[in-house]
Design a protein around this ligand. Structure first.
Ligand SMILES: Cc1cc2nc3c(=O)[nH]c(=O)nc-3n(C[C@H](O)[C@H](O)[C@H](O)COP(=O)(O)O)c2cc1C
Length: 152
């Protein structure tokens, strides 16, 4: 299967998870950034504000990845304020014609990731493949291996 792994991260967890999955699935990896500064205390507060209101940002994927070239695109990102991080749902919105090939992996600080997937679905971002890694409550390696399975 022709696949690609993308990740957005603020503090490194999603990058680590994405690297595990891409390594196991043998596919290339790209970083998602956006046009906002999420660093520091004010970045944290801004992040919660944006995510809780579904405010959109302008995601940038580096190296560039054209969803139409892949059978499956796996996106790893963090939970912010009970939502996906803005760069993640903004990318889903931009790629809504390709959502049927998306696998979304959410990393949280312990919050319920299933509730976040349900919220995304109410906003029409219906994702066929989803996995949650709620902080240290889950076995990250086991979930990463399971997620890599949908890329094979
Ligand atoms: C702005 C902000 C809001 C967050 N909100 C939540 C939350 O609602 N629930 C939760 O479980 N974790 C929350 N977290 C924690 C992150 O989801 C968690 O640390 C995640 O693993 C970070 O991923 P990263 O290292 O890839 O940025 C929040 C973190 C940030 C920066």
């Amino acid at each position: 299967m022709n696949c690609r792994v993308l990740y957005f991260t603020r503090s490194g967890n999603s990058k680590r998870i994405a690297e595990k999955i891409a390594g196991q699935a043998g596919c290339e990896i790209s970083q998602i950034t956006d046009d906002k500064n999420w660093k520091g205390f004010f970045g944290f507060m801004r992040g919660g504000y944006y995510a809780s209101r579904y405010k959109m940002t302008n995601p940038l994927v580096t190296p560039k990845a054209d969803f139409s070239e892949y059978d499956r695109v796996l996106i790893v990102g963090p939970v912010w304020a009970g939502n996906a991080a803005p760069a993640v749902y903004s990318l889903l919105e931009r790629e809504k014609a390709n959502l049927q090939k998306v696998c979304l992996v959410l990393s949280s600080g312990g919050g319920d990731t299933d509730a976040v997937f349900r919220r995304l679905e109410t906003k029409t971002w219906v994702i066929p493949f989803k996995f949650g890694i709620p902080g240290n409550k889950a076995d990250e390696d086991a979930v990463a291996a399971e997620a890599a399975g949908v890329l094979r």
